[in-house]
Design a protein around this ligand. Structure first.
Ligand code: IPD
Ligand code: CA
Ligand code: CA
Length: 277
């Protein structure tokens, strides 16, 4: 489907309105919410996640009643057959938020015929608003952003994360974390995948990989990284698949090297791990 830049701009504007509404709620509730575990140990939810999601859904549904929505706390909402799917994480970085560590965001992506096409990530702690739509470029606080020019792994600063099933699977990303910590200037664990992607887009970080993610963690950030000149693929450089849980997103220059190294890594032997799995 060919969409005019006016239509993309209008989706972007509504996504922005929704992300700002969600972000205002996160700020209002900060430090005042009860924390609950959703199921897996460490997988937290608060009243703020739910209230922010309700505010976001209200905006999206008011403007686009026929669009499908996949939201972290409510699941699939509204129309289920639509070429438009909003992937919404009202609070990405709940663990950070629960501990009052100020690195979390509202992340709102729009997939059109399955392709991430519009993305807004709002960080209410810094009031940073990252936005992009396919073909329209990427901005932070309305100023154009670009990925870094770092050309080698040895000069790069990377970021990753560990999914909530990390205690249950040997494919928990610990080996990859060790490997890249040796090869680079450092690997950060941001705790909010959307912000990790936003920081790759604006060049503060050079690359991001992670497994076990959900579409709402990645949809917005993928568009923002690509529109900032970066590259997003599967670990093996094949096409990025939003339902695969895996992502490799970089400035482009270190992409092949990072992918090659990811392909070489074997899980840590069990006797190197804490006695958890
Ligand atoms: C989590 C964050 C984290 C990532 C986890 C996600 P949540 O999202 O993005 O960085 O490592 O896999 O589930 O639960 O805070 O919305
Ligand atoms: Ca998330
Ligand atoms: Ca969340």
């Amino acid at each position: 489907m060919m969409l005019s830049s006016d239509s993309l701009q209008s989706y972007l504007d509504i996504a922005t309105e929704a992300a700002l509404a969600g972000g205002a709620i996160l700020q209002a509730y900060a430090g005042k919410v009860e924390i609950h575990e959703k199921g897996r140990p460490g997988d937290l939810v608060t009243a703020a996640d739910k209230a922010a999601e309700a505010a976001i859904l209200k905006v999206i549904q008011r403007h686009f009643p026929d669009h499908a929505i996949l939201a972290e706390e409510s699941g699939q909402v509204g129309a289920d057959q639509s070429e438009f799917l909003w992937a919404i994480d009202p609070l990405d970085g709940t663990t950070n938020y629960a501990h009052q560590y100020p690195f979390f965001a509202c992340s709102i992506g729009l997939l059109i015929q399955g392709i991430p096409s519009v993305g807004v990530i709002f960080d209410p702690s810094r009031q940073d608003l990252f936005r992009a739509a396919r073909g329209l470029g990427a901005t932070c606080n309305r100023q154009p952003i670009q990925v870094s020019q770092t050309a080698t792994l040895s000069q790069s600063l990377l970021v990753t994360g560990f999914a909530y099933d990390r205690r249950e699977t040997p494919d928990n990303n610990y080996a990859e974390f060790c490997h890249f910590t040796h090869l680079t200037q450092g690997v950060r664990r941001g705790g909010a995948a959307s912000m990790d992607l936003a920081y790759v887009a604006c060049g503060k970080l050079d690359g991001f990989w992670e497994r076990g993610l959900s579409p709402w963690d990645m949809a917005a950030g993928v568009v923002i990284v690509e529109e900032a000149g970066g590259k997003v693929t599967a670990y093996d450089q094949g096409p990025f698949l939003i339902n695969s849980g895996r992502i490799l997103a970089t400035n482009g220059f270190i992409h092949a090297a990072l992918s090659q190294e990811l392909g070489r890594i074997q899980p840590l032997p069990k006797n190197c791990l804490p006695d958890l799995i």
